[in-house]
Design a protein around this ligand. Structure first.
Ligand code: ATP
Length: 278
């Protein structure tokens, strides 16, 4: 499990993290969402032991990240592969560094090759791969040693549908096997597919944390009524169905269409993640 307590990190005048708290249980996927510069990558860098916090601490299964490297898998936001060696050589390298024995490493490579659709590119140098193929390779390097904590920083950025789906399937599988996972993304529908709980970060701290229903509850959806003369009426409401019934029964005008939208994760994001200055 991952426990993050009161992290702060300053870069000059910028408070990249400012009292950041987060707990992620075994088997849980937390979708960490927030605007550009909110502090997501800074958190991942500290939690993976690459950057020191000014204040606060992170524990991974009760140990500081530097003492728990074998328990952590990270996909950095920016692809970091060795361009002159192949996909297979990457997996062998990362697996050996993590201390996997020959048979376990071979089995893990085989599993990931299938799950992340790497089979046909295993013996190609990563420098010649497409962006999506590189993303899948990078994910495999993070997963090769079956870490119990996964920090995935925008693992599907720029990925096509096939890459995205492969990635989501593997992440769900690893959560099912008990990994505690932090998944940062700007593609909110991915979090619905992952059945993730959501943590919204703004200005370096978590401002909301809960499951989809908890966060969406109380936010207004929208009712739209389009009249035959093409004029339309939009009403923001927490009770879209009741509001629509009320509108329909109170007008004699001819209506050509109605649209009814309940609050969604987009509304959660808009109401919580975006600060006034951005
Ligand atoms: N090494 C650094 N030196 C100086 N400033 C930094 C450094 N790393 C991050 N920052 C600043 O800290 C703030 C948080 O950046 P961070 O990369 O953590 O945001 P993010 O939420 O990951 O953004 P994005 O969604 O764009 O990836 C930003 O203002 C950024 O410019």
């Amino acid at each position: 499990m991952l426990d993050v307590h009161d992290l702060s990190k300053r870069y000059g005048a910028v408070n990249a993290l400012d009292g950041f708290n987060l707990q992620v249980a075994s088997g849980e996927i937390v979708g960490l969402v927030g605007h550009n510069g909110a502090g997501k990558t800074t958190f991942v860098e500290i939690a993976s032991g690459l950057v020191r916090a000014d204040r606060g601490y992170v524990t991974v299964n009760g140990r500081v990240p530097a003492d728990a490297r074998g328990d952590i898998g990270v996909t950095p936001q920016h692809i970091g592969l060795y361009p002159s060696i192949t996909v297979r050589e990457h997996l062998l390298l990362f697996g050996r560094l993590a201390g996997l024995r020959r048979a376990a490493l071979a089995a893990s490579i085989e599993e990931l090759a299938v799950a992340l659709r790497l089979t046909e590119i295993m013996d190609r140098r990563t420098g010649v791969l497409s962006g999506g193929q590189q993303r899948r390779t990078q994910a495999a390097t993070a997963l090769i040693h079956k870490p119990s904590v996964l920090l995935l920083d925008e693992p599907t950025a720029g990925a096509d549908l096939e890459t995205r789906q492969a990635m989501l399937d593997v992440v769900k599988q690893r959560a099912g096997e008990g990994a505690a996972i932090v998944y940062t993304t700007h593609y909110l529908p991915e979090l619905t597919e992952l059945h993730a709980t959501i943590a919204v970060i703004r200005d370096g701290r978590i401002v909301a944390r809960g499951n989809y229903d908890e966060l969406v509850q109380g936010l207004p959806g929208e009712v739209r009524v389009i009249f035959e003369d093409e004029e339309d009426l939009r009403v923001s409401t927490t009770e879209p169905t009741a509001t629509l019934i009320g509108l329909l029964s109170s007008t004699d005008r001819a209506i050509s269409a109605v649209e009814l939208r309940n609050a969604s994760l987009d509304d959660v994001y808009r109401s919580l993640a975006v600060n006034d200055a951005s």
